[in-house]
Design a binder for this molecule. Structure first.
Ligand SMILES: [Zn+2]
Length: 114
């Protein structure tokens, strides 16, 4: 399960952060996830809860922000949001487009108690 390994790498990163900054625990973890990553937020939440239930992160909230796909057209240089995975420029119908965002998988912030 894809999400479980992602949840476990998030947990690892946050636990290292707790160690480095000498924190008691973390109350919130904010994640930014692009829709192109194919990650199901509910599954990630579930995996996170399963991994952390007996750890210092047992009461930590995982807040997931979904990032839409944005592209820009190589032909007419317009920027647009890609809706429902239609990778075609809405201005000139070209399929030569660059993806600018949508592949994010990052911890945006953590809120800690020290
Ligand atoms: Zn175009």
């Amino acid at each position: 399960m894809h999400e479980l390994s992602i949840a476990s790498s998030i947990v690892k990163t946050v636990l290292q952060e707790i160690d480095t900054r000498d924190l008691k625990t973390v109350t919130k973890i904010g994640l930014r996830i692009g829709v192109l990553t194919d990650i199901v937020p509910d599954s990630l939440q579930f995996g996170f809860k399963a991994i952390t239930k007996d750890s210092v992160l047992a009461d930590t909230d995982l807040l997931i922000e979904t990032i839409p796909v944005k592209g820009s057209c190589k032909e007419c240089h317009s920027d647009f949001e890609v809706v429902e995975f239609v990778f075609i420029c809405p201005s000139c119908s070209s399929n030569k487009i660059d993806m600018n965002q949508g592949n994010e998988l990052e911890i945006a912030y953590i809120e800690a108690e020290d």
